[in-house]
Design a protein around this ligand. Structure first.
Ligand code: PAZ
Length: 336
């Protein structure tokens, strides 16, 4: 990427300067990683993401990291209890499908047991009722699917099998906050060399609060001492290092969820000012599956599923718009 086309003075922060105020906060995210060990299985997930990204990017395929689902925050080192949130993973899973349909390769960094691309369509179906036992003429028995019970199954299955055959979807799981943050950094580093060709679509509901590991009880907190007083710390905002250090040339989309409509737009705009990335998708908890507001530094507009006949998911409209914006971004800033 050419220095002249990208706002590199703002985004490629190497040293603290007046144009890089974010560097003043650098210590918070660095301290987090220094004081929390990498989670089990981290090295192999990191390698998988590197190999996946390299394979696709060298073929000229755009790659998107989709984060999805909620992070859990442990209350004890040997975790019995944890703080969790509402996120189902529908936004991420559905978005991954539309990115794949647009020709992107997708790293799907998702909460264990949250909704997954393609499989999500089965989540309201009792699979055991769709499957049947059929007797063969030779006396053997085989399993068949009763398609009438789930008419969409064939088309979903065909798309899923194509995606598998082209190896364009990599599933990477997390449960705990710390695991998510380590994997986010690893994914960003795996994708950083491809510059503008990569997109970050950060739809996961990441906890804002946590207990630092050195302040956590090792064993299960006992109820015999009465209710525990637990002091939570604010989780460092990883958009700062992502945008300014890990993947400074990428197209970055973050999400902002609020329950108070009056705060939503200003908070989304503030995020764009604070982190200097490309897009915030702002949504209200109760209407998140029907409407979202797309916010960029220049404008904002609300899109609703009811505005577009035949649209199955709000994510179809979101992804269509982001792919156009990403294409323009690559043209304006150069491919690498
Ligand atoms: O996972 P889901 O489909 O139930 O919900 C999606 C969402 C509301 C978590 C997502 O659209 C979002 O806004 N994520 C960021 C939340 C936040 O930290 O503000």
């Amino acid at each position: 990427m050419s220095e002249s086309t990208k706002q590199s003075g703002d985004r490629n922060c190497q040293e603290p300067t007046p144009t890089c105020p974010q560097n003043a906060k650098k210590d918070e995210w660095e301290t987090f990683f220094e004081s929390h060990d990498a989670p089990p299985g981290f090295a192999s997930k990191k390698l998988q993401m590197h190999e996946f990204a390299q394979g696709h990017l060298k073929n000229g395929t755009n790659v998107v990291l989709v984060t999805s689902g909620g992070t859990a925050v442990p209350l004890e080192s040997r975790v019995v209890r944890f703080i969790d949130n509402f996120s189902s993973g529908k936004r991420g899973a559905s978005s991954a499908e539309y990115f794949l349909a647009e020709g992107y390769a997708v790293i799907f960094l998702h909460r264990h047991k949250s909704l997954q691309p393609y499989e999500r369509h089965l989540s309201h179906t009792k699979l055991i009722d769709v499957l049947d036992v059929q007797n063969k003429p030779n006396g053997d028995q085989t399993i068949v699917a009763n398609q009438a019970m789930f008419p969409k199954l064939l088309s979903i299955l065909k798309v899923y099998k194509d995606v598998r055959a082209s190896n364009s979807l990599l599933l990477v799981e997390f449960v705990m906050l710390q695991e998510y943050l380590y994997l986010l950094q690893a994914a960003a580093e795996a994708l950083s060399f491809a510059g503008t060709q990569t997109m970050f679509y950060l739809a996961a509901a990441v906890s804002d609060f946590y207990i630092p590991s050195k302040e956590m009880s090792e064993h299960k907190i006992s109820s015999s001492n009465g209710p525990p007083i637990i002091s939570l710390k604010v989780v460092p905002k990883m958009l700062t290092p992502l945008v300014h250090h890990w993947a400074p040339d990428a197209f970055v989309v973050s999400f902002k969820l609020e329950t108070d409509r009056a705060l939503l737009l200003e908070k989304a705009r503030k995020a764009l000012r604070d982190y200097n990335h490309e897009v915030v998708i702002a949504n209200i908890l109760e209407e998140r599956n029907e409407c979202v507001t797309i916010v960029t530094p220049d404008e904002h507009h609300k899109i609703c599923i009811t505005d577009s006949r035949g649209t199955r998911d709000i994510e179809e409209l979101i992804i269509k718009e982001l792919v156009t914006k990403h294409t323009v971004f690559i043209v304006e800033h150069g491919p690498e």
